[in-house]
Design a protein around this ligand. Structure first.
Ligand SMILES: NC(=O)c1ccc[n+]([C@@H]2O[C@H](COP(=O)([O-])OP(=O)(O)OC[C@H]3O[C@@H](n4cnc5c(N)ncnc54)[C@H](O)[C@@H]3O)[C@@H](O)[C@H]2O)c1
Length: 316
């Protein structure tokens, strides 16, 4: 049994609580939030001790850092140095700058700890299936892709504490579309060339809208367009892949549906799934990998750093 402490009892903590409850051989041993009422409410609900200072966490196997994005580097590094937990999960994004990401790894490694960044979209079965098809060569040469994430975050959302700030949020690429930026990096590797435009059309500190065109080292060309300014509700998440031996289009709220399939020698797989929350599938798989000690299923340091570098490049 792996014991886990959650640091940060805000919105996404509910997803972690649910994913851990659905997974055998992991359990929450304590929770922590600097806002005492939040820590107390979650601690009492789960029947575990609560703290307001993460430095006092002792005796757990894993600490999951679920605090605002811009605070991840500080919190992960401090937790590595000041607690005895050998493993640290960090919600996305690990940092808002590449410089800080290097620094986090330096401090975590010096403290002899292991960092487990959350990239749950990589465990989405449809995303994993496409990755396997690309890597196995079954699709032949990959020519082009289009990825769109058109979402709504209303003005009230941007009034909530850290949302929409340059220091803690980073904007649409970091906070909403980060899973799709990571997916392109996961599929296609190193970015070679790119051009794009980002805009703060709603006068936020950060970009709410970005459109970019890019070429990867492998030659693949494609576009990413994303916004949080769709009228009223989330509209669309889609990914189209054009390859020598096939065309595939995924869509659905979280790329949970294959809505076009024409692949040489392969029937459309029956893999669509439904999802009853907004966070994308994969947190449960991540905790299963922790329970099974399958650390190799987490992205490597080189992979994470190169992905954060790509995010920085696309931030215009
Ligand atoms: N993987 C995903 O799909 C996904 C989805 C949503 C959010 N996230 C990420 O999760 C993180 C948290 O998002 P959220 O929506 O839950 O934010 P939130 O603001 O609702 O919660 C953050 C919590 O951290 C607490 N906190 C801040 N500083 C602290 C400290 N020093 N010690 C203890 N607690 C502290 C805050 O009091 C707050 O309760 C963000 O980085 C976000 O990008 C990931």
């Amino acid at each position: 049994m792996k014991t886990i402490a959650l640091v940060g009892c805000g919105r996404v903590s509910a997803r972690h609580v649910e994913a851990i409850a659905d997974t055998k051989c992991v359990q929450i041993a304590m929770v922590c939030d600097k806002i005492e009422e939040r820590a107390k409410a979650l601690g009492e609900k789960l029947g575990v001790p609560y703290l307001t200072d993460y430095r006092q966490i002792k005796g757990v196997d894993v600490i999951s850092v679920l605090t605002p994005s811009g605070l991840h580097p500080r919190h992960v590094s401090n937790i590595a140095e000041l607690t005895d937990a050998p493993y640290i999960v960090c919600e996305k994004p690990l940092s808002l700058t590449l410089r800080e990401a290097y620094e986090v790894y330096r401090r975590v490694e010096k403290a002899g700890k292991v960092l487990l960044p959350v990239y749950q979209n990589r465990y989405n079965p449809l995303v994993k299936m496409i990755k396997d098809l690309i890597d196995s060569g079954q699709l032949g040469r990959i020519y082009q892709f289009g990825c769109n994430a058109y979402w709504n975050r209303n003005d009230d959302y941007f009034k909530i504490d850290w949302h929409g700030t340059a220091e803690f949020d980073g904007g649409v690429l970091y906070t909403q579309a980060s899973h799709y930026v990571d997916m392109l990096h996961f599929f296609f590797g190193e970015l070679e060339d790119h051009k794009g435009i980002g805009g703060s059309l709603r006068n936020l500190d950060v970009y709410d809208t970005v459109s970019a065109v890019m070429r990867f080292r492998s030659g693949v060309i494609g576009t990413l367009s994303t916004t949080v300014s769709v009228y009223k509700t989330n509209y669309l998440t889609e990914f189209t892949l054009i390859a020598e031996k096939g065309t595939i289009r995924l869509s659905g709220t979280n790329l949970n549906k294959i809505d076009f399939w024409n692949v040489e020698g392969m029937e459309k797989p029956d893999m669509d799934f439904t999802i009853n929350h907004q966070y994308g599938k994969g947190h449960d798989t991540m905790y299963q990998y922790i329970a099974d000690e399958r650390w190799e299923m987490f992205p490597s340091k080189e992979d994470v750093l190169s992905g954060i570098g790509m995010m920085e490049k696309l931030s215009y």
